[in-house]
Write a new protein. Structure first.
Length: 313
C-alpha cells in the first residue's frame, strides 16, 4: 500500500505584507532606503497628524517587517538630535520587506562601497553603531522640517531630497560631498541647495575649505547656495567674518539650527540686508550641459559605488 506523504506546511510569503502598504508607507520606506534612519518624532512631523497615529502605524509596519527599529537615548537634547527634548524613542530603518522593495538601498553609512549585508539585521547594526548617528539624524531633521512646513503651506514642496552618498555619486567628480542636497519649491520658484550640517566638530578653516569643491562645480554646473547650518550664533559670526570679502561663484548662506529652515533665517555671505527665506536665496540650475551623464547624472540602481565616496568620511 502506497503511503501518501503528509502535505507540507505552506511557507509564509515574505512579500505578503506588500498589499498592506499604503502610499504613505511606501514613501516612508523610500526615505529609509535613501537616508538610513528616521526617528519616531521625525516620521510624525513629516507624515502624520499626531504621535499616537504615527506610533500605531509604525507598530503595524514593524509587525509585517516593513521596518526595523532600535531604541535610542540621545546624549544631548535639542531640536536637531532627532528627539526634541532629548527623550528616548525608537529609530526606524528598513525591515526585510522594506529591503525587498529597495534592494539597492544604502547599507553602511561609514563605508558605502562595503559588501551588501547578509540581512536587514546586519544593515540595522551598521546604522546603529555608526559614529555618524547624531549627524545623520541632524541632517535628516533639516529636510523633515521642510516637509513639515510644506504640510502647512500648500504652495511649498520638497522636490528633491538626496542623501550624502546620492549627491556625491551625482556631483562627486568635482569633489562635492554635501551632507544632503535638495530642491525646494515655493510657488513657481525652485531653489536648489547643498547642505553642510555643522555641529562644531570641525575647525572653521576646514568648513571653508569645503567650499572649493562647490566652486569647481559652479564653473559649468548648477550654482546652488551652499547652506552652512551651524549650532550657535557665535560660530555663524566667525564664519561670516572669514567669508567677508571673499567672492564665490555660488551663493553661501549661514543660519543656526532652528525648527524651520524654510523661513527668513539665512544670512547671505558678503551681502547686506535682512535674513532671507530659503526660497529667496539666489539659485541657478546651471546650463543644460551640466546634465551631461559624462559629468553629472542621477545614479541608476545598477551603477557601481563611486570610488570617491571615501572622501566623504
Amino acid at each position: 500500500m502506497t503511503r501518501v506523504p503528509p502535505a507540507s506546511a505552506a511557507k509564509p510569503d515574505p512579500l505578503a505584507g506588500l498589499r498592506r502598504l499604503t502610499p504613505r508607507d511606501r514613501l516612508l520606506l523610500s526615505w529609509l532606503a535613501e537616508h538610513y534612519l528616521l526617528s519616531t518624532e521625525q516620521i510624525t512631523t513629516a507624515l502624520f497628524s499626531s504621535r499616537r497615529s504615527a506610533q500605531q502605524r509604525l507598530t503595524i509596519l514593524h509587525r509585517i517587517d516593513a521596518v526595523s527599529r532600535f531604541a535610542h537615548s540621545p546624549a544631548h537634547g535639542g531640536a536637531h538630535g532627532g528627539a526634541r527634548g532629548g527623550t528616548a524613542q525608537y529609530l526606524y530603518t528598513l525591515g526585510s520587506l522594506g529591503v525587498a522593495l529597495h534592494p539597492t538601498a544604502y547599507t553602511d553609512p561609514d563605508n558605502p562601497a562595503a559588501r551588501a549585508p547578509r540581512s536587514h539585521t546586519e544593515r540595522r547594526l551598521n546604522i546603529a553603531r555608526t559614529p555618524k548617528l547624531a549627524h545623520l539624524l541632524g541632517t535628516n531633521q533639516f529636510v523633515i522640517d521642510l516637509h513639515a512646513h510644506a504640510r502647512r503651506d500648500p504652495r511649498c514642496r520638497v522636490e528633491r531630497w538626496w542623501s550624502e552618498h546620492h549627491a556625491t555619486a551625482a556631483y562627486g567628480l568635482t569633489g562635492v560631498c554635501p551632507d544632503a542636497h535638495g530642491i525646494w519649491r515655493v510657488g513657481d520658484t525652485t531653489t536648489g541647495w547643498f547642505l553642510e550640517y555643522d555641529n562644531a566638530t570641525e575647525s572653521l578653516s576646514r568648513v571653508i575649505t569645503k567650499l572649493l569643491a562647490y566652486e569647481r562645480l559652479a564653473k559649468d554646473g548648477p550654482r546652488y547656495p551652499v547652506l552652512l547650518w551651524v549650532p550657535t550664533r557665535q560660530r555663524e559670526k566667525h564664519l561670516l567674518d572669514l567669508l567677508h570679502g571673499t567672492a564665490t561663484p555660488m551663493p553661501v548662506a549661514t543660519a543656526t539650527h532652528c525648527p524651520n529652515p524654510a523661513e527668513a533665517v539665512w544670512t547671505l555671505a558678503g551681502a547686506d540686508g535682512p535674513r532671507l527665506a530659503l526660497h529667496q536665496l539666489p539659485s541657478d540650475h546651471g546650463p543644460h550641459s551640466a546634465l551631461n551623464p559624462a559629468r553629472f547624472h542621477e545614479p541608476h540602481d545598477d551603477d557601481p559605488p563611486p570610488e570617491n565616496l571615501s572622501r566623504c568620511a
